[in-house]
Design a protein around this ligand. Structure first.
Ligand SMILES: CC(C)(COP(=O)(O)OP(=O)(O)OC[C@H]1O[C@@H](n2cnc3c(N)ncnc32)[C@H](O)[C@@H]1OP(=O)(O)O)[C@@H](O)C(=O)NCCC(=O)NCCS
Length: 191
């Protein structure tokens, strides 16, 4: 698979591949956000350490080289405020998006902006015909993002409960290339 760009700009945000020099800042961010992330993201179950974050960044780089996932750091005025990644784990022609943003940056449309930007990058990759987002039904904030961006709900699947906050039902949303192109005529990020 061809890779999306390593750098995406969406003022006021810059999305970029992270590397070894970003480990201290990412560790600081994750350490401050574990309570915010833990209910929804299984990988946040353990407290982050310098070693675990270094290994995560190395894995992310390896994924990018293999073409299995494309993980961006979302930066605002140079500070990492979240992450957004495209995962090639839903079959040929598909990419699934995962995301998180620091609690204090919620509620301003920044993740909708970042996700919309990553969606456009995904459809610029030849052969990509659909992008999907999955979240627990209890994660209302997460579900609002694909809804705003014109995704269509395609399934609800019971899954094992991994935190008390979760309903243990995954909602899957899909945006097809045709629907994405049809929306190109409209304002990209309606509030
Ligand atoms: C899921 C998550 C990324 C959603 O973040 P968010 O801040 O709600 O999303 P946005 O940054 O797009 O902000 C949306 C809000 O900004 C508002 N907004 C303002 N201007 C906007 C604009 N131009 N476009 C879109 N929304 C805008 C929206 O109305 C919405 O307001 P609300 O909070 O009153 O509903 C965040 O809650 C999070 O990181 N959670 C923990 C990790 C997680 O659950 N990850 C997903 C796992 S599936």
């Amino acid at each position: 698979m061809r890779c999306p760009p390593a750098l995406l700009t969406a003022p006021p945000l810059v999305l970029r591949r992270l590397g070894e020099p970003d480990v201290p800042a990412l560790l600081q961010t994750l350490a401050a956000q574990v309570d915010h992330l833990r209910p929804w993201l299984a990988w946040a179950a353990d407290d982050p350490t310098e070693d675990s974050v270094r290994a995560h960044v190395a894995d992310t780089e390896a994924d990018w080289e293999r073409g299995t996932a494309f993980g961006y750091g979302i930066t605002l005025a140079g500070e990492i405020i979240g992450r957004c990644a495209l995962h090639a784990r839903i079959g040929a022609g598909g990419l699934e998006i995962g995301y998180w943003v620091r609690r204090e940056h919620q509620g301003r449309g920044l993740m909708t902006l970042a996700t919309g930007t990553v969606v456009a990058a995904a459809f610029a990759v030849p052969g990509i015909d659909r992008v999907e987002i999955v979240h627990d039904t209890a994660n209302v904030r997460s579900g609002a993002i694909p809804r705003r961006l014109g995704f269509v709900e395609v399934s609800r699947t019971p899954v094992p409960r991994t935190s008390p906050a979760r309903d243990a039902v995954d909602v899957r949303w899909r945006l097809t290339r045709a629907a994405f192109l049809a929306r190109a005529e409209q304002p990209p990020f309606p509030a």
